[in-house]
Design a protein around this ligand. Structure first.
Ligand code: AMP
Length: 192
């Protein structure tokens, strides 16, 4: 099993790079944002609660997203996946600790946290551009600024946690998609 985490500020390219990583390393992609958006689209009770947070640029409560992730991990138990890439999870220290507990109960652990580092001006420009076509309720300037605040305040400690475990890899996230993917591949290949 290879377990990767890809993180970074909103607009850093997590989703795009995850797709490339999944193809090259034959992993299962788990995006908690996508899982929540599916609940919203299906108008489930969970989706209705999640929408209240997502549309304001806030994180959904830890226990809610940890339960969703635990269910997803359970559903993969008998699949023959090479491993997983987590995109958008963990986003708080409590989620990171819960994740390592869920992994250790399954006799596995995180191998590498890939932290995509992109300048703030570039993040805002990318998200505003995406907002023109994504239809996402959170890709507008006001919510983007809120999401960046949330990221710097709540999600940065996750990087520090994995740094303390010796599993952190900062990746320079500026340049072309291929250039960035090259840096990511080199990092994964060197660590595995
Ligand atoms: P993303 O697609 O990863 O940018 O996530 C979009 C939104 O979904 C975030 O701004 C949060 O409101 C919510 N979300 C996604 N993943 C998480 C998570 N791990 N913890 C809390 N909220 C999340």
């Amino acid at each position: 099993m290879i377990n990767l985490i890809i993180c970074g500020a909103p607009g850093c390219g997590k989703g795009t790079q995850s797709d490339l990583i999944v193809r090259k390393y034959n992993l299962t992609h788990i995006s908690t944002g996508d899982l929540l958006r599916k609940e919203i689209a299906a108008n489930t009770e969970l989706g209705k609660v999640a929408y209240q947070y997502i549309s304001k640029g806030q994180l959904v409560p830890d226990q809610m997203i940890i339960d969703i992730l635990a269910n997803k991990l359970n559903s993969l138990q008998n699949s023959n996946t090479n491993g997983i890439i987590l995109d958008g999870f963990p986003r708080t220290l409590a989620q990171a600790e819960a994740l390592e507990k869920l992994f250790s109960e399954r006799n596995t652990q995180t191998d590498i946290l890939l932290d995509l580092q992109v300048d703030e001006d570039e993040l805002i420009a990318r998200l505003l551009k995406r907002g023109k076509t994504s239809g996402r309720s959170d890709d507008n300037l006001e919510t983007i600024k809120k999401r960046l605040d949330v990221y710097y305040n709540q999600t940065k400690p996750v990087s520090d946690y994995y740094q303390s475990l010796g599993k952190y890899a900062g990746i320079y996230g500026m340049g072309t998609i291929d250039e960035i993917f090259g840096r990511i591949s080199n990092t994964i290949d060197a660590k595995l």
